[in-house]
Design a protein around this ligand. Sequence first.
Ligand code: GAR
Length: 209
Amino acid sequence: MNVAVLGSGRGSNLQAILESLQQGALTDVRICAVISNNSGAGILEIAKQNSIPSFHISQKQCASDDQLNDRLLSTLSQFGTELVVLAGYMKRLDRRIIERYRDRVLNIHPALLPRHGGEGLYGMHVHEAVIRAGEKESGATVHLVDEEYDHGPIVLQRTVPVADGETPESLATKVLEIEHQLLPEAIQLFAEGRITVNEKTHQVAIQPL
Ligand code: GAR
């Protein structure tokens, strides 16, 4: 299965995917392309180090939203993308891309959606919000992407406790560790064809082995 990974930052989730591939925990998967909206993103560097075709595609290079989406779509299709993975991609995906890859776009979010997601809630802001709300647990969510930000049927979710005196930084470290397990697991479920989405309820069912 050809997987394209989109990200805006350091790329630790891409690194975790690549390590899962090297360790054989993730099979029948090839990272076919990495795309970032940020030319200085670590995720592009990781792609280069691993000889994965990598692209900086951003709004600033394009005259219109349509042109940006044309470039994203043509790059995805050029590499035979079958699954799109948003690994710290801080831009909302346009409807055209979601329609083209309906139920084939995964996003990882560093909290237990539907709580603590949405516009402006990314990275450390999420952990600050979780602590401010006095939550006793947080975690990570992998979900299918629909037209709303941080929204869509949940594929996998795993929790971590929020300790007394937890800081956003310490919580981020704990959640990131979970993210690095959860995202490769979700990709593997896709590769095994075990994810189905109920047309009426829009809920994900995972077929047992
Ligand atoms: C991850 O924590 C991911 O969950 C988060 O960005 C980080 C990217 O880290 N995504 C969001 O907040 C999306 N709303 P990485 O670049 O090291 O993989």
